[in-house]
Design a binder for this molecule. Structure first.
Ligand code: RIB
Length: 331
């Protein structure tokens, strides 16, 4: 037992030299499929219900691991049935879990999700064990950071832990990718210069910069603000409008891969996983971002969070299919 009364799960796997570490949340998603998102005060009869492993941190870890890159998860689950299932889901996808803490003082994180017939969703998170991530987990992270290439962070664990993890990563020369989700406008100034790549979606970008980002011009203006705050690479994920990747030296746009979306839960996580996996194996930024967009496109064609994340073989086949289709169309 650690100081906080939590125990480490003794599962094998030490981070490899080019590995990705995710320090973040692990949730069980309670998913209701409904014809549409209900209005306030409305009761709707839904189509179906499922429990699916999720959590932005765990989703990103699974996304990277399924793409064949050694991945380790640092975070917390409760000592309950959801916790056991969440651990197993991570292990089954090949994510290293020896730095996962089992916290007997609370329940595992849960997310209550509604997905409508158009594939859109809304999500309420009850952090549970994710909200108890503390110094003990940070120390555990610090032990493996020197062996990592990339640290992936999100905002579903306490913010001071996110900042401290980014500081530790910087001290070890590890690239920090921050997914500023869920959206918030109060990120501390000290966090920005610790981040190498930030990947906000439309809502998150607006929260960070204070105006809506809808096109290349507004994406450039938002990126300029984030550069000024200290982040060199800004990738804005604009859903149907694709992604804008903007650094002080260069910028490019990656259009979406056209697919029929049935469920967008974890699409952003899948994008980040594709990006990190690409960068971890040495792909240039443009190719890694293209891989990210392709992985995210594949994920929206399937239901659920971790259940929707593609393997390396699936992604390779998808990219080959799309490149053949573009050639045929003379693009
Ligand atoms: O990004 C999708 C994820 O957000 C879901 O899996 C849910 O758990 C919430 O964390």
């Amino acid at each position: 037992m650690s100081e906080s009364g939590a125990s480490k799960l003794a599962i094998a796997n030490v981070a490899d030299p080019m590995s990705v570490i995710v320090f973040g949340s692990i949730n069980m998603d309670l998913v209701a499929r409904t014809p549409r998102i209900p209005a306030a005060g409305e009761t709707l009869i839904g189509h179906s219900f499922a429990t699916v492993p999720g959590g932005k941190g765990a989703n990103q870890a699974v996304a990277v691991a399924r793409l064949g890159v050694p991945t380790q998860m640092v975070g917390r689950v409760g000592n309950d049935l959801f916790g056991q299932d969440l651990l197993k889901a991570l292990q089954d996808s090949g994510v290293g879990c020896d730095r996962l803490t089992l916290d007997p003082s609370t329940h595992s994180g849960v997310a209550v999700i509604t997905v409508d017939d158009a594939g859109e969703n809304n999500i309420v998170i009850i952090p549970g064990a994710n909200g108890r991530v503390d110094q003990t987990d940070l120390e555990s992270l610090k032990q493996v950071l020197p062996t990592a290439k990339i640290l992936m962070l999100q905002l579903e664990i306490p913010l001071p832990m996110v900042v401290a993890a980014a500081q530790a990563a910087k001290a070890n020369g590890v690239t920090v990718i921050l997914d500023p989700a869920p959206a918030r406008s109060d990120l501390p100034d000290e966090l920005y210069p610790l981040v190498d790549i930030i990947t906000p979606n439309q809502i998150e970008t607006e929260q960070l910069v204070g105006f809506p980002v809808t096109d290349a011009d507004s994406a450039n203006r938002a990126a300029a603000i984030l550069h000024q705050r200290g982040i060199p690479t800004v990738i804005t994920k604009l859903g149907q409008q694709g992604a804008y990747c903007i650094t002080p030296a260069a910028s490019f746009h990656i259009p979406i891969f056209p697919v029929k979306a049935i469920d967008t839960v974890a699409a952003g996580d899948c994008f980040n996983g594709g990006l990190a996996a690409g960068l971890a194996v040495g792909l240039p930024l443009r190719q890694a971002t293209t891989q990210a967009a392709a992985a995210a496109a594949l994920s929206v064609t399937r239901p659920g969070a971790q259940s929707s994340l593609p393997t390396q073989a699936e992604l390779t086949a998808f990219l080959a299919h799309h490149s053949a289709a573009s050639e045929e169309a003379g693009e």
